[in-house]
Design a binder for this molecule. Sequence first.
Ligand code: MG
Length: 453
Amino acid sequence: MNDKIKNELQISVAGIRGIYPEYLTSEIVFNFGIIFGSFIKANEVFICSDTRISGQSLKDSAITGLLCSGKDVIDIGIAATPEIGYIIEKARREASAGIVITASHNPAEYNGIKFFSEKGTFLNAEEMGRMLDMYYKRAAVVSQEPGLLSFDDYTERYFNCIYNTVNIDAIRKKKFKVVVDVCQGVGALKTEEFLGEMGCEVVLINRDPLGVFSHNPEPLPENLKEISERVVKERADIGFAQDPDCDRLALICENGAIPGEEAVVVLAVRNILEYHKKGNVVVNLSTTMLVEDVAKSLGALVYRAKIGEVNVVEKMKETGAVIGGEGNGGVIFPEAHYGRDSFVGMALILEYLALRDTSISVVINEMPKYFILKEKITVSDKHKAGEILNTLEKTLKEKEQMNTEDGIKIIRADGWIHIRPSGTEPVIRVYAEAKSKDIARQYLSEFISLISS
Ligand code: MG
């Protein structure tokens, strides 16, 4: 692999991403297929792609690589990232692993690969490091006996697993009207069926043609104007937006208000602690402090994990958490499976509304307000970012209460500031949260000028 391609391919714990076909080529995906097949111990690998137009051809490249390594492959077609996690963890008796061809919430010209270990979760940093080492050393093992390819469809089993974790009768009785922006992603094929089974009247927007996203697919408030208007126009009870591979979720109130992605995990936490069972909660270091308010009022403890789904999952297992996730709209409910899942998120939020017998805007408005602001500072290279953070840590050590597990998180009485180098770009991310926008803004400018000096 030449250096140019290496620089433009984003490689991190979350997987591989790049623009197709300039940087993420069929050859690279084939190579990762054969390396992953050589790396894992399981004899079978589940594979799917999202709706991107490069999905089929890249999936075929990965399949060929896996078969060459001697692994059997089960192709489940176009499916959600969390479905693969569910299959490996819950549906199969034999050990299996998985690959998803997706660039998640990135624009349509990107594609990528996510790798699942035999645990049904993404490879962790150590596992990913070992696999990448094999990749760079070209340490693939070509088997004398290629694997076999078969096809299956797990959608029904996957949805049934989720239905079994909630009070589906309570949801059905409400006959919710739900608008979902599926942004031409996997949800275009699956979400109507999923919600319909729960008695919902479903309006999907941006469902066709597949893989040509009609807006930036990241479920951030600036990308949700269309669905916000549609929810009001349809007189719907709630709106949801899924990212193309369906692990992230945003919600929209019946009055068109967009509470932001952080609200999704907060509502899931409330539901589990109020109606399911008491227990620990795990979220990542950048998730809203509203989670602490909610958990405290319900007698639960919150643990914070490093950024990255697999880190949250590992901490959830370590602390026996009953619910967890990430503020970016990723709900993780172990009774379904250990992975961020927008279908699980929708089921838990609808169940909560049904059990509370109230509207989504009432639920949102009864909670304290917090403001999270996010900025990034571009630096010359990744080493520079590390140097800046080291200096900052030394300067602040005596003066501030902080957590240095993942970058630097400064905790103050009325909010926090989280500063961390990006895993994929020469960028330092600075997040600040406080009870007022002014304080959050003040935090941001204070630390941006500190970093810039
Ligand atoms: Mg995603």
